[in-house]
Design a protein around this ligand. Structure first.
Ligand SMILES: C=C(O[C@@H]1C=C(C(=O)O)C=C[C@H]1O)C(=O)O
Length: 257
């Protein structure tokens, strides 16, 4: 949510936020999975060349821009071109926690492409239920949650840089992407993230009943979850985490400008 970035950035505090954001992402995955794949919502037939999904997200972002949503550095629009100016002014100047030259790092296009071409197919049932309006409304919520999490990599990178400038500066100067990627990677943390996401998909995807017996019958066995918990973990392992790390590398490469 807005104002989620702590006043003083620490690795612990940004990681806490990433953990909270898992809840939104997993919940939004479950919501989108209530609909069939509805592939037609992503083809360019609605307002060529725009799909219904693109139309819906663009129009939502216009309203968001007018309301001043993008004055918050945590909020990154998918379609930043031609967005209107805010109609409101912030009550207090936004906190400047990101390095200005790095703050512009943006992987929205990659998120959009991966989401519409690969990710949706992984956690939805094939077919078309005809309800494309509700479908793209759930897409919007999920896409925003994913984008927020992935672009949070900017805050993660800023903390890591401030904590160890002497380690990062030589790699940035020599534009050593591989070296930067290695330095900012914590394999054990990634493993915990994936395991926790799997667990959350299991917990949030369960039917809650008041009957203890039914409750117990609900645990164990496959196919009863609204989103396969392993698929939720895979979405993190294949896309969410790598894109968050890409954002960190790109952020750091601009950090001395
Ligand atoms: C986000 C971080 O950077 C990397 C990316 C991670 C992620 O996207 O979950 C986890 C660990 C790191 O390899 C972090 O260190 O917390």
């Amino acid at each position: 949510a807005a104002g989620d970035v702590p006043r003083a950035l620490t690795l612990d505090s940004v990681r806490e936020s990433l953990i909270r954001q898992e809840d939104s992402i997993v919940f939004s995955l479950l919501e989108r999975a209530m609909h069939r794949r509805n592939s037609a919502a992503y083809d360019s037939s609605f307002l060529p060349p725009a799909s219904l999904a693109e139309f819906f997200v663009r129009q939502s972002e216009i309203i968001s821009a007018k309301a001043g949503r993008y004055l918050n550095p945590e909020e990154v629009p998918f379609f930043p071109d031609y967005l209107p100016e805010p109609l409101v002014h912030p009550h207090s100047p936004p906190q400047v926690l990101l390095h200005p030259a790095s703050a512009t790092v943006n992987v929205s296009k990659e998120i959009w492409r991966i989401y519409t071409r690969e990710m949706v197919a992984l956690f939805t049932e094939e077919g078309d239920d005809g309800d494309h309006g509700s479908t793209v409304a759930s897409d919007l919520v999920l896409l925003q949650a994913l984008s927020r999490r992935i672009h949070y990599g900017r805050f993660v990178a800023e903390v890591k840089f401030r904590d160890a400038p002497d380690d990062y500066i030589p790699l940035i100067k020599s534009k050593d992407r591989v070296g930067l990627m290695e330095l900012l990677t914590f394999a054990d943390v990634e493993e915990s993230v994936k395991r926790r996401v799997e667990k959350k998909a299991m917990l949030f995807g369960q039917n809650v009943t008041l009957d203890d017996k039914a409750g117990r019958n609900n645990t164990g066995g496959r196919g009863k979850y609204k989103v396969d918990p392993e698929v939720a973990a895979r979405i993190y392992g294949e896309w969410v985490i790598p894109l968050t790390k890409l954002v960190q590398v790109e952020y750091l490469l601009r950090r001395l400008h």
